[in-house]
Design a binder for this molecule. Structure first.
Ligand SMILES: Cc1cc2nc3c(=O)[nH]c(=O)nc-3n(C[C@H](O)[C@H](O)[C@H](O)COP(=O)(O)OP(=O)(O)OC[C@H]3O[C@@H](n4cnc5c(N)ncnc54)[C@H](O)[C@@H]3O)c2cc1C
Length: 465
């Protein structure tokens, strides 16, 4: 069947409400503005049955399928590659947006894959619960995308990444059959966990259509502080001290480089302290009892006394707290004003975090003096976003720091860590996955892909190209 006939057949099968033949450019533009290949149709299922019918249709016609969630992924996995232009369809999952059930007793929610994180949070908070996965992209990121990229975020060290928070899931395989383990139970010893393979699979094994999520009780009180550090080596021991009471919720490390860009863009946001020291941590503790304030004050005094923190600022009221979180929330946008960042998403064991930051900074100075490192780290899980932006304003067309990227990935591996922590492989790290994965592991992944998607139709050229 030629392309025109294939398009006509799709339209005839699913109608104009579910099949767009002239998709708008935003449906093949990855986050950050990189335009991918134009799909020959955009499919918009509204139900699991629609997904099954679309996958069966595409499988029979030999059409490649790119599952798409909220398009906030940072590895380019949700848009066709340029090489696939005109040869694949995008299946946009936002129409499956039903919260199927909330069980306030068992603390679970069963949701459609197209629900945004914010929509899930709104639904479960009505039952006095929270889904403890925090991303800056929560207004758009969908549960299916979060599962497919095994997203982590700010609270992952405490509550886990998607893998720990998904109790069961429902997915459509490449032939249109359905896997379902949609059970609201926390224990299941039922042989190999095939459903678990979809977590982190980035759409290459099938399409996630629903999930059972583990919920938690929200904290009823919190204390938030900014802590200045004299060097990166203090981050891990300061985290340890801060987490000792079991009430720490967030511990985000930012560099003076990035905060300097934030202060230039929004001077009213950044207190002078953050520019006086090379590193600043945003820490938040939560508890339901009244003694939290005193405990955190005592902890900060101890951190200053032990020399782990060089300075500190407690949020005295909600306005301060909002401002502290805005510093974290707007850090990325302030850095992007310098130009498109080059991102690295590594994780190392916590004990190696300071060593990685110091070594990576030296490598960046030596190998890429035209780029400015603006690292930010979710300290508790050792996840470092060692991002770089052009060192000078207006420096367009800088050569990508490829040698540095490879060196940083190698360094993370040598320290016992990984080169891809929470953003996934997508289209952008395919070669690195092949380079850095032990041959037996790589062969096993390929074997799983071949078994579940023998025709190679699910998200072709991604992850394991
Ligand atoms: C401002 C900002 C902050 C962020 N912060 C974090 C963070 O702290 N931690 C973190 O981990 N990530 C973060 N991210 C990255 C991103 O939000 C997450 O990766 C998110 O999980 C992607 O969800 P999405 O619905 O947008 O997926 P998309 O971008 O649409 O897709 C991502 C991948 O999943 C696949 N996919 C999507 N839906 C499905 C489905 N239903 N079935 C099968 N495959 C599917 C796609 O094919 C693609 O490969 C951030 C992004 C932004 C823009």
């Amino acid at each position: 069947m030629d392309a025109a006939a294939a398009r006509d057949a799709l339209l005839a099968a699913f109608g104009p409400a579910r099949c767009e033949l002239e998709p708008a450019v935003e449906h093949y533009t990855a986050y950050g503005g990189i335009v991918g290949g134009r799909p020959f149709a955009l499919l918009r299922p509204r139900s699991v049955e629609d997904v099954v019918a679309m996958v069966r249709h595409c499988a029979a016609a030999g059409i490649g399928m790119v599952p798409q969630g909220g398009l906030t992924g940072l590895a380019g996995g949700a848009v066709p590659t340029l090489a696939q232009a005109g040869r694949v369809v995008v299946i946009a999952m936002g129409g499956l947006d039903r919260v199927r059930e909330v069980d306030p007793v068992g603390r679970t929610a069963t949701v459609d894959a197209g629900c945004t994180l914010d929509a899930v949070e709104a639904a479960v908070s009505a039952h006095g619960l929270t889904f403890p996965l925090r991303l800056g992209s929560s207004g758009s990121a969908e549960i299916g995308g979060i599962i497919a990229s095994n997203a982590g975020g700010i609270q992952a060290w405490r509550h886990g990444s998607a893998r720990q928070l998904v109790l069961g899931l429902e997915a459509v395989f490449a032939d249109g059959s359905i896997w379902s383990s949609l059970r609201a139970v926390r224990k299941a010893a039922l042989g190999p966990d095939i459903g678990g393979l979809f977590i982190g699979s980035e759409g290459i094994l099938g399409i996630v259509t629903g999930a059972v999520l583990a919920l938690a009780l929200p904290a009823s009180g919190s204390r938030t502080a900014l802590l200045a550090l004299a060097d990166a080596d203090a981050a891990a021991p300061l985290f340890r001290l801060s987490a000792a009471g079991g009430e720490l919720e967030a511990f985000e490390l930012m560099s003076r480089n990035g905060l300097g860009l934030l202060a230039a863009a929004e001077p009213e946001l950044a207190p002078a302290m953050v520019l006086d020291h090379p590193w600043t941590v945003l820490a938040e503790w939560s508890a339901s009892d009244d003694g939290l304030g005193e405990r955190v004050e005592a902890l900060l005094a101890r951190a200053l006394e032990d020399g782990l923190a060089a300075d500190g600022l407690m949020a005295r009221h909600e306005r301060d707290r909002t401002r502290f979180w805005q510093i974290r929330g707007r850090h990325g946008a302030a850095c992007r004003r310098r130009g498109q960042p080059v991102q690295h998403d590594v994780a190392v064991p916590l004990a190696a975090l300071g060593g990685f930051l110091n070594a990576a900074t030296s490598l960046a100075h030596r190998l890429t003096p035209d780029w400015l490192p603006v690292p930010i780290a979710h300290v508790g899980d050792g996840n470092i976003h060692f991002d770089l932006v052009p060192a000078a304003t207006g420096a367009a067309d800088l050569a990508p720091p490829g040698e540095l990227s490879a060196a940083l990935h190698d360094l993370a591996g040598e320290m016992g860590g990984v080169f891809s922590a929470e953003h996934g492989i997508g289209a952008s790290k395919v070669a690195e996955l092949r380079r850095l994965t032990p041959p037996a592991n790589y062969a096993a992944m390929r074997a799983v892909k071949a078994a579940l998607d023998p025709k190679g139709l699910m998200n072709p050229l991604k992850v394991l190209a």
